[in-house]
Each structure stands twice: as C-alpha cells, then as structure tokens.
Design a protein around this ligand. Structure first.
Ligand code: HPA
Length: 277
C-alpha cells in the first residue's frame, strides 16, 4: 500500500481506521495488543474478520518481529473486539510513532478499553517466572516518547496527565475477578527499556532500585498514546523469565516463547476477565 507521508499522523491514523471500517470493522469496543508468544489468543475469536497489516494503509507489516502481523476482529463474549497480533516494537525502527501506531488506529476507531499485553522479565525477586502481573504503573526508560512532535489536539492535550494511566477501578475489579477464580495475579510497575539487547544485570538492579517489578521492551508507547486520548487501559505482563542477573544464567528468546506456551491458558483467562469486567 502506497503511503502518503505528507499527511499528518492524525490523518494517517484516520485513513487506516476508515479502511478497517470499510472492511467491516464496525465500532469495536475493546482493543487488544498481544505480546511476544501470546498471539494464540487471537484464535479464540470465532468466524473472525482477519486483515493483514500489509493491506492497511500506513501499517508496515515488515516492521513486525513475529510472523503474524494480523488484525483480527469479531464478537467475543458478547463484545466487539479488535486484536492486533504482532507488535511494532520500538527497537525495530527507533521510531516511537511507528511503535504506537496500532494504538493510534485504535483511538481513531473509537476503542474505549485497551488491553495491552507483553512478555517481560521478572525484576521482583519475591516472584517467579511464569507469574502474571497487572501493570499498576510504568517507568519509561526508553529515552523517547510517542507524543514528541506537534501535539495532536484532536487526541488530547500537550501535557497529558499520567497519574491514572492504568485504570484504577478496572485493576481492582480484575484483581477481584482473578482472585475469585484462584488465579494469582501480581500487580506492579513495568519498566520499558528500548532493547533489543536484553538488560544487563546492573540495569536490572537499577530498575529494581527505582521501583520496577518487571522489565520489557514494549507497552509504554501504546499506553502513552491511549492515555493521551483518555482511554481506559489494562496492562498485563507475563513474567516469562527472571530478569538478567537474578539467576546465574543467560536469557534467551526461546525461554520467553516457551513461557508463553506454558502460561497460555491462565493468560487467556485473565484477558477474558479483562474483557468481561
Ligand atoms: N527483558 C526485556 N524484555 C523481555 C524480557 C526481559 O527479561 N523477557 C521478555 N521480554
């Protein structure tokens, strides 16, 4: 798809949204971004409308690190859901606007609730690999921000408040719903590093010292954009591995994917609850 980059970011996002609308993506209420190893969740939507990123104006599928690169839309649990399976990581382009573009499109589609998921390293030494964590707050260590550049006044103010980025009421409801089903759901602070190299042990000690419980390479760009537009956000991390230096062993991407496979059912149940509450 030819991209006219002379258009403003807001115009581009609108055009992407209008394209999706034309394909039958009608008034989705909930938008889900799936993290590494967690794409299988998209298969839960029955009779979905599947659209390749390649076909959407201004979405560059080549930027997606896993192969999926699909938008999956349909009814699930009585709600209209749109899923972005395959993420534009910041480390792929060094461009925060690209990293947050799906969130922009979701805002343009009128999505009210964002469920943003990721795999992350577990920084909190009292917790375990395989645990799920609800994001209470984040620390942006990427060195950048998706709102840099002219402010899009139609989205939100120049200096958006970040005090309640991860919706408080929804967190309380989700914790109660998980506890009710005997699911252990941690709650903590997510620190975003740019990647793609994993953190050093010293960086993880730093992250822990400044209050982080998890370290990862995503989520923050999308959360900042959704929050700028005043949308509800639920953030869920699968703590796929103990972060660097916690155990005396190297980290591998394979370990991250394996944790995704193992925690798949519980992860899916927590996302279900995040849709239901
Ligand atoms: N660090 C950063 N990102 C990650 C990790 C990690 O340890 N595990 C999964 N994603």
């Amino acid at each position: 798809m030819k991209a006219d980059m002379t258009k403003t970011l807001a115009e581009r996002a609108k055009e992407s949204a209008v394209y999706l609308y034309g394909k039958g993506v009608l008034r989705p209420e909930i938008g889900i971004i799936l993290g590494s190893g967690l794409n299988d969740f998209a298969d839960r939507i029955k009779n979905p409308l599947v659209i390749s990123y390649n076909d959407v104006p201004y979405m560059e599928a080549g930027m997606v690190s896993d192969h999926r690169g699909q938008i999956v839309y349909g009814e699930y649990k009585g709600k209209k859901i749109i899923i972005f399976a395959g993420r534009f990581h910041y480390y792929e382009s060094g461009d925060m606007q690209k990293a947050s573009y799906p969130a922009r499109v979701m805002v343009a589609l009128g999505i009210k609730r964002f469920i943003i998921t990721n795999a992350a390293g577990c920084v909190n030494t009292a917790w375990n690999a395989g645990d799920l964590m609800l994001i209470r707050d984040h620390i942006n260590l990427s060195g950048s921000n998706p709102l840099i550049g002219p402010n899009l006044d139609e989205y939100g103010p120049r200096f958006p408040d970040m005090t309640y980025t991860y919706d408080r009421d929804l967190r309380e409801k989700l914790k109660a719903a998980a506890a009710n089903e005997g699911i252990m759901l941690r709650e903590g602070v997510y620190a975003m590093f740019s990647g793609p190299s994993f953190e050093t042990p010293a960086e993880i000690i730093f992250a822990r010292t400044i209050g982080a419980d998890a370290a990862g390479m995503s989520t923050v760009p999308e959360a900042i954009v959704a929050n700028h537009a005043g949308r509800e956000i639920i953030g869920i991390s699968l703590l796929s591995n103990m972060a660097a230096g916690v155990l005396d062993q190297p980290l591998t991407a394979e370990e991250v994917n394996e944790a995704g496979r193992q925690a798949k059912e519980t992860f899916a149940r927590v996302v279900d609850l995040a849709i239901e509450i």
